[in-house]
Design a protein around this ligand. Structure first.
Ligand SMILES: [Zn+2]
Length: 406
């Protein structure tokens, strides 16, 4: 049904740390051209953050979703009929406020392969569509007179970015959803613990303690809520490696995995909630956070190849993203209702070890900032903690209901 391709990328670019009022990167232009062996689309974009692509049938088409992006006004409603052996038509649209979607209608029949990668100076996303038989392996990227320099640069980045398109995963959605099965078991993971305090607020409040308290609240409330069986990866203040947390969730055959954390930033005025699912991110701020959260793993963040493989094998990508969006939405709503307006840092992909290898939809919530005096003060109070827990639970319930059960 859905052919999944998850392309992960690390873009070694410098970003300003200043948060702009509109964080979306603008898609500036689109070009397309039929090369002798393939059809190429080039999207020039201010910044490539994260993208996702999949093939669909009836009619046969390929789409690429570019997250945290917006179309330049003149590009809205771009569409074109294409005379190509691979591609029939092309459309570019603002799918929702934060996602730009490129759709390529494909010539049905012979099958196709695609390669998607990005280049810099200027930053652009390149989508090449080959006939199935004509596709070259990533080891020999397309080289035409007009694209040789592009290919050379692509080779340099290939290790992290333009990996071999993975074999089609059977579906974007797990059996749970396909069969309309409900969510029964939930594993909540209070971040850090024992010798690893996580981040510590100026007055000495430790992330590990707040995370454990939030996890206990979540367990108690979820068990009251209905037919959930809830397990915590740690019930007390013990040191627990990240890999053991993931293994625990798999052993329990959990239907959902939720890791609870609190954030810290060198910018004291940074506030708000961020919710993550597993993916690479070219955003240095996300990678910095992930590096911190990954610190208690014996593995090295630079083991890129193995991470990429695991991410690509992780067919729970769409569900994790969906769960992250629902949890984030309700958490933000509940905090706003009870504690006033606040910054929405959004739902993002991030390379968190604790999410790698989970066999169920898995997310990591950075529920507030211990480094911000206001949020730190709030985090010391029962009502604020309860508001966080309630928001997360509302998101879980909405997700469970969207499965058709629960
Ligand atoms: Zn943490």
């Amino acid at each position: 049904m859905v052919r999944l391709l998850i392309f992960s990328l690390i873009l070694f670019s410098f970003e300003t740390s200043a948060r702009q009022s509109d964080p979306r990167a603008e898609v500036l232009s689109i070009r397309f051209h039929q090369h002798p062996e393939f059809f190429r689309v080039v999207l020039e974009i201010e910044k490539v953050r994260e993208f996702y692509s999949a093939s669909l049938k009836d009619p046969e088409r390929l789409f690429v979703d570019i997250f945290q992006a917006k179309l330049k006004p003149g590009l809205h409603g771009t569409s074109a009929e294409i005379k190509s052996p691979q591609v029939k038509a092309l459309r570019l649209a603002q799918k929702n406020p934060s996602t730009v979607r490129l759709t390529l209608e494909l010539i049905p029949g012979p099958g196709h392969k695609e390669k998607i990668y990005y280049l810099t100076n200027p930053t652009r996303l390149v989508i090449d569509v080959y006939p199935e038989t004509g596709a070259r392996s990533p080891a020999s990227p397309p080289v035409t007179p007009s694209s040789s320099s592009m290919a050379a640069r692509e080779n340099q980045q290939k290790g992290e970015t333009a990996g071999k398109p993975p074999e089609p995963a059977s579906t974007g959605y797990s059996l749970v959803r396909q069969l309309g099965l409900g969510v029964k078991r939930i594993v909540i993971d209070p971040g850090h613990g024992g010798q690893d305090p996580g981040c510590i607020s100026p007055s000495g409040l430790k992330e590990k303690d707040v995370a454990l308290d939030l996890a206990r609240r979540l367990k108690a409330m979820l068990e009251k809520e209905g037919n959930f069986e809830v397990f915590l990866t740690r019930e007390t203040d013990i040191t627990l490696p990240l890999e053991k947390r993931t293994a625990f969730a798999n052993e329990k055959k959990a239907d959902l995995f939720i890791s609870i954390h609190l954030n810290a930033s060198p910018r004291k005025n940074r506030t708000g909630v961020e919710t993550f699912y597993l993916n690479f991110s070219p955003d240095p701020a996300v990678n910095e956070l992930a590096a911190r959260e990954n610190a208690s793993s014996s593995k090295n963040i630079h083991e890129l190849k193995s991470i990429v493989d695991k991410i690509i094998k992780n067919t729970k990508y769409e569900e994790s993203r969906d769960l992250a969006e629902k949890v984030h939405k309700h958490l933000m709503q509940n905090l706003k209702q009870n504690f006033g307006p606040r910054e929405d840092l959004g739902v993002k992909g991030g390379p968190f070890w604790v999410l790698i290898g989970t066999e169920m939809p898995a997310i990591l919530v950075e529920a507030s900032h211990l480094s911000n005096p206001k949020e730190e003060a709030a985090l010391k109070t029962e009502p604020y903690r309860q508001t966080i827990a309630t928001g997360i639970i509302r998101g879980i319930i909405e997700y469970v209901k969207s499965l058709g059960k629960g």
